[in-house]
Design a protein around this ligand. Structure first.
Ligand code: TA6
Length: 301
């Protein structure tokens, strides 16, 4: 009998490089192992959960207690926030960060690239009509190897201008969040979401010694996470992303959320999210497309 798993495997598996498995209750996961790295992606949300270059520690953080369940968001990895970031502008009943991360995507293509990387692309044709009554499909292309490239493309195939918010809500592994420095946002204005919302300007590098939840606005610069404990830096290049969100829940929120694996689970991660959020939303006229692109790489310090 051709189950979705069998059908996907027949059409898209790449021998010894890209396989499909049922992680339980029909939750489909794609595993990639190539000359440069290993990775795993949930079909739901086109959600990259793991990326580990050869001879490197994992780069993408996943909660040790992350649950893989239909229509539920996953703690960690790279949640795709689309077609809005954060709470919906008018409908409080709509899911935070949009529906894209909790719906099934279609696999469109898989390919073994000449440089030994693996390419895989996904698509949502129409999405949740009650929440997104437009003809505007979204595609995700990943190139997974020594570096990790992700490109999230929205195409307005309808007859009216639409507004899109998007983000790659990436959780990065760090040795100890208290010792990292995040460079590249010096002088940028940001909205501080902790406590009473306020606007201020970044002065120097970002360090984390309390809850951090900031939307840096109108900035297209690349960002670097300096991690002395892991003796590495994670480089975040991006295009067509005018916001960067930096988030760490710290002690109280980590405990309250309860899905970081341990009360001090917040020490092992930081979110640096390449986005178009708040004032940086994207207007797409009919026939226009928008592609948010990132490339993650790791260097020894
Ligand atoms: O990107 C930062 C943020 O909006 C935080 O405010 C926090 O809510 C985080 O995302 C996680 O959101 P989630 O819906 O995945 O629990």
């Amino acid at each position: 009998m051709n189950t979705p798993l069998v059908t996907l495997s027949k059409r898209f598996a790449i021998t010894r490089e890209l396989t499909f498995r049922d992680a339980g209750d029909g939750f489909i996961v794609i595993d990639i192992l190539n000359a440069h790295c290993s990775a795993s992606i949930a079909l739901q949300g086109a959600h990259l959960m793991r990326w580990q270059p050869k001879a490197e520690q994992p780069v993408i953080w996943m909660s040790p207690v992350a649950k893989l369940a239909q229509a539920k968001s996953i703690r960690g990895g790279v949640p795709v926030c689309w077609p809005w970031f954060g709470a919906h502008a008018t409908e409080s009943s709509f899911p935070g960060h949009g529906f894209a991360r909790t719906v099934l995507w279609d696999v469109v293509n898989t390919k073994k690239l000449e440089d030994g990387s693996t390419s895989i692309s996904f698509r949502i044709a129409d999405g949740v009509k009650e929440q997104w009554p437009y003809h505007a499909p979204v595609e995700m292309e990943m190139i997974i190897g020594k570096t990790l490239e992700m490109e999230l493309t929205t195409k307005n195939q309808g007859s009216e201008t639409i507004t899109v918010g998007d983000a790659l809500h990436t959780y990065f592994c760090v040795g100890d969040v208290r010792n990292i420095e995040i460079r590249g946002l010096d002088g940028c204005e940001y909205i501080d979401k902790v406590g009473k919302e306020k606007r201020t300007k970044q002065d120097g590098v970002i360090t984390v010694d309390a809850e951090v939840d900031r939307i840096y606005l109108d900035q297209g610069q690349d960002v670097v996470i300096e991690d002395p404990d892991m003796q590495r830096r994670i480089c975040i290049e991006k295009r067509n992303s005018h916001s960067t969100i930096v988030w760490n829940p710290w002690i109280d929120k980590c405990k309250k959320m309860g899905d970081f694996g341990a009360d001090d689970g917040y020490l092992d991660m930081v979110c640096v999210e390449s986005a178009n959020a708040d004032e940086d939303l994207v207007q797409l006229a009919p026939c226009q497309a928008h592609s948010l692109w990132v490339r993650y790489s790791v260097e020894k310090q």
